[in-house]
Design a protein around this ligand. Structure first.
Ligand code: GLC
Length: 598
């Protein structure tokens, strides 16, 4: 039963479409469909044929759970997304291709047959999809300082994305994390803008596979006071530009297709409403030629009142946002935007600029030519990508302390493995894995750190595993404790009180220590943790970060198959409750760039 509200909307739109919409035309020979013509000419031809309803629809992105294919046709919606963990059934390549195809057929059934864009967060692999290769989260990639590696990772991730029919990933996050208490620290490559900018090659890798990338979240998301997610970045314009802008300058130089706006505020004003930052700095000064997309209901926060309002819509679009990520409120957005245009409070020049940007990317990325989804590559979760991920895991390990106990010898006598993350690929993968928040438990196709240890140590090794450390005694040559954080995403990972070790982990470490056996700690975490008081009792400490599906990469370093080369992407605070960045004069346990080798 169509709701009363939606009925009104349908009537509104039918009226709008009929009064200013040309009848369906035979566009088979239209210039906009001619791939031999210059992009600008195709865009101009297409826009000359578009009605207001067509143009407003192109600026609208809905979530798959809140829109049907027939509504995509009815309202000429230009994009659909999967929020974190929002997946088709079956959640495999075939299920995704079928889903994307159904929406695409609906988009092609509109009068001008403009293909739609499907977007998803493939932020460390195609992480929503079961069986995908799950790469280390960005903080681990930042520790590699390997610009070539991240280009190759971008290519691999985009291949797996394209094989499911998805056109656009909301990655990379180019945030500069300045306070480790922030729940999105692991999505940052570094606290150092130059390191983050050097990792922007992942954009080139992604886009080389005809998948659009997104530089996010513009601007200053990692600089909020107290590390509060979606909080307030209280900096002068000069400081904001110096710390948070360089990665976006690098992204624009790499012709990034889209930029996503940050939920955060700058000196009290929501960035989603900032014409200065979005239009004057990003579009005019940096000459960004792609399109700007809002974050999930981010517009809604502009006027400080819950619910999408005319002020929200008018302010955001006039600030320079070109596409609205309005997962459920897409109908309300369309209604409000049409009212604002009809009233002249949003000009047609702004609407046309937004459409020109969106359609330019759709034509550049050959959406009209490749409307059938899926590709002839067959790399999804395959050996080549897993080998690449394992290389990345090994290169991301940062050796912070070593009494000489590392590297372990393959036949190093009896080894004891403990810790809640030793045999838990959900913990190793962290947030944005199969679901928005991620969570403990098996990730299909993944290898745990313990499985990696068993593989690298070889069949003759004697390896005992007990997550709680039960059974440890002096007969073991060493104990490896794989501990750290449980998965989280966004504000659910904020730790305003500081990033402390879990009491259960501390108890396991105590029992290992009490046995008199050398203790090697591998920290599976999205950020530095408060370890200063415990460190003296440890014989070795490796920052493992969030390695993803290829846990054997950790073992490669523990056994010296690969010498540790990782360097801290963030300074390691003495006290997990007090942020410390290199150069701010505060004492640190380990400085930015620190890392031992063998
Ligand atoms: C989320 C995140 C953003 C993500 C988007 C779509 O709230 O802030 O990084 O791309 O919504 O899932």
């Amino acid at each position: 039963m169509i709701s009363k509200y939606l009925l009104v909307l349908v009537l509104l739109f039918t009226a709008a479409a009929s009064c200013d919409d040309q009848p369906p035309q035979d566009t088979a020979q239209a210039p906009y469909r001619d791939a031999s013509l210059p992009v600008a000419q195709r865009v101009a031809d297409l826009m000359s044929r578009m009605s207001l309803a067509d143009k407003l629809g192109q600026m609208t992105q809905a979530e798959r759970g809140s829109i049907t294919p027939s509504e995509v046709t009815e309202f000429r919606i230009g994009s659909v997304l999967s929020g974190g963990g929002s997946v088709p059934r079956p959640n495999d390549r075939g299920g995704w291709v079928a889903m994307v195809d159904a929406y695409q057929r609906a988009a092609l059934a509109t009068p001008l047959g403009i293909p739609f864009l499907y977007g998803a967060d493939a932020v460390h692999g195609h992480n929503n999809v079961a069986g995908a290769t799950v790469f280390p989260h960005n903080i681990g990639l930042g520790a590699t300082r390997d610009a070539d590696l991240v280009i190759r990772i971008g290519q691999a991730v985009a291949q797996e994305v394209a094989e499911t029919g998805v056109h656009w990933t909301f990655a990379p996050c180019l945030c500069v994390a300045r306070d480790d208490r922030w729940g999105r620290t692991y999505e940052s490559f570094s606290e150092d803008p130059a390191v983050v900018a050097s990792m922007s090659g992942i954009i080139t890798g992604i886009q080389s596979q005809q998948v659009m990338a997104t530089a996010k979240h513009y601007l200053g998301d990692g600089g909020t006071t107290g590390g509060k997610d979606q909080g307030d970045t209280q900096l002068s314009l000069e400081q904001l530009r110096a710390i948070h802008l360089p990665p976006f300058e690098a992204a624009v130089k790499r012709d990034v297709a889209s930029v996503m706006v940050s939920f955060s505020s700058w000196n009290g004003d929501k960035v989603h409403g900032s014409e200065q930052l979005i239009t004057k700095v990003l579009k005019d000064e940096l000459k960004f030629g792609g399109f700007v997309v809002s974050d999930w209901n981010g517009m809604d926060q502009i006027d400080g009142v819950k619910g999408l309002s005319a002020v929200d819509v008018r302010t955001a679009i006039n600030a320079g946002i070109d596409m609205a990520m309005v997962p459920q409120q897409w109908g309300e957005f369309l209604r409000l935007l049409k009212e604002e245009v009809d009233a002249g409070r949003v000009t047609m020049a702004r609407i046309d600029d937004a459409n020109r940007r969106i359609l330019t990317k759709k034509i550049e990325y050959q959406l009209f030519e490749q409307v059938k989804t899926g590709r002839n590559t067959d790399t999804f979760g395959g050996a080549a990508h897993r080998a690449l991920a394992r290389e990345a895991v090994a290169k991301s390990q940062v050796l912070l302390k070593n009494s000489g106990v590392l590297p372990l010898k393959p036949r190093a006598g009896k080894l004891f493995v403990a810790g809640r993350s030793a045999d838990n690929t959900g913990n190793s993968s962290g947030g944005w894995t199969l679901s928005w928040q991620g969570g403990p438990g098996p990730v299909p196709g993944a290898t745990s750190v313990l499985q990696g240890i068993r593989e690298v140590a070889g069949p003759g090794a004697q390896i005992t595993f007990a997550a709680d450390g039960a059974g440890i005694d002096r007969s073991y040559s060493a104990a490896i404790a794989v501990i750290g954080e449980l998965p989280y995403a966004e504000y659910q990972g904020d730790r305003p009180e500081g990033v402390r070790l879990d009491p259960g982990d501390v108890a396991v470490l105590a029992s290992l220590k009490a046995s008199g056996v050398p203790v090697i700690v591998v920290l599976i975490s999205g950020r530095p943790m408060d370890v200063a008081a415990h460190l003296p009792g440890w014989d070795a400490l490796v920052a493992g970060w969030l390695p993803g599906s290829e846990g054997a990469g950790v073992a490669d370093v523990l056994f010296g198959r690969v010498s540790p080369t990782g360097k801290l992407p963030v300074a390691w605070p003495v006290d997990g409750g007090q942020p410390a960045n290199t150069g701010d004069g505060k004492a640190v346990l380990f400085p930015l760039g620190f890392g031992l080798t063998y």
